[in-house]
Structure formats: structure tokens, C-alpha cells
Design a binder for this molecule. Structure first.
Ligand code: SME
Length: 174
């Protein structure tokens, strides 16, 4: 096991820094990208950090801002992969070893573990936070608590899919 030492990470401080980034980027609608950049840079076991935006009426997730290697998975139907399963379960999905998962969409051969946290607006899943790690079993309850708090913070900053579909893709928005 290579579980990350999350005790060494000050998640309360990170949450406040995310809040500041969201406010800083609000005017230009880049708050989510700033959060991706911050957490990818500051948390050693967050090797890919991104948002998927939900289109509930089509039961599909569309790739939003992210930081890390480009991914082929720009549209994920509900039920497919870890992201699609989390959208259906409407709950955080933590996978310690992606190699043991049948229903998994590979983003990179280096990925060992993954966490997906739904973002709710009222009862509806409106987005997801998706993180890949190159370490097996990298994510702990501390990550989960932090990310579930972050999920509530980002709701007012989610872009309207109409204005972003097909245009929001990682580094070009950094
Ligand atoms: N691994 C995800 C797909 C998204 S990439 O990791 C960015 C999944 O199985 O849903």
C-alpha cells in the first residue's frame, strides 16, 4: 500500500485557498480552473484533478476544467466508468485499485487509484470532482471530507454548459 500521508496536508487551509481562488476567478468564469491548478500543484497525490459537468436530461457527464494529462473521456454516459457510476449512485466513489475495477475508463496507464465526488444542487447531481492518483489507495477519509466540502463551495461557480460545451479543456483555460 502506498496510501498518502494525508495527515501532513492542511485541508482546512486548502479549502480556504480554494474559496479565495473561486472568488478571484469568478468574474472571468475561471474559478474552477484556478482550483484545479491549485490542488494539482499543492497536493502530491492529486495527479489529475478535474470537473465533469452533468447534463441530467441526457444522462451524460461532460469534461469541464481540469489540470493534468489530456483525457479521451470528454463525454461519459451515466453508469459508465467510475464517474458514470458515481452519477448513478449519487455518492462519493473511492477506488483503491483501478486495476480491480471492471467498469473503469482508463485515462492513463499510470493511474492506480481514483476518487469521484458528486456535486449537488438541491437533489440533483450537477457536476463531479474527479481525481486520479499514481499511487495505489492514495485517498483517505480526509480527502473525502475535504472534497465533499469543496463540492458545496463550487456550486455557484459552475459554468452554464451552453457557453462552455466543447471549449473547456484543461491547459488552454489555465
Ligand atoms: N477514470 C474515469 C474516467 C475519467 S478520467 O480518469 C479523467 C472513469 O472511470 O470514469
Amino acid at each position: 500500500m502506498e496510501r498518502a500521508d494525508t495527515q501532513a496536508i492542511d485541508f482546512d487551509d486548502l479549502l480556504e485557498r480554494c474559496r479565495a481562488e473561486l472568488e478571484r476567478g469568478a468574474e472571468r468564469h475561471v474559478g474552477l480552473q484556478l482550483v484545479c491548478d491549485l490542488l494539482h500543484r499543492e497536493v502530491p497525490h492529486y495527479d489529475w484533478f478535474g470537473f465533469y459537468l452533468a447534463v441530467p436530461e441526457e444522462r451524460v457527464l461532460v469534461l469541464g476544467p481540469y489540470q493534468g494529462e489530456p483525457t479521451d473521456h470528454v463525454r461519459i454516459p451515466y453508469g459508465r466508468g467510475i464517474c458514470g457510476q458515481a452519477a448513478e449512485r449519487r455518492d462519493t466513489f473511492l477506488v483503491d485499485d483501478v486495476a480491480a475495477q471492471d467498469n473503469y475508463l482508463s485515462c492513463s496507464i499510470h493511474v492506480r487509484s481514483e476518487i469521484v465526488v458528486p456535486v449537488f444542487e438541491g437533489d440533483e447531481v450537477v457536476a463531479e470532482i474527479d481525481i486520479d492518483s499514481h499511487r495505489t489507495a492514495a485517498f483517505t477519509d480526509a480527502d473525502r471530507r475535504f472534497l465533499e466540502q469543496l463540492a458545496s463551495l463550487v456550486v455557484p461557480h459552475l459554468p452554464d454548459l451552453g457557453e462552455t460545451r466543447g471549449t473547456m479543456s484543461g491547459k488552454e483555460n489555465a
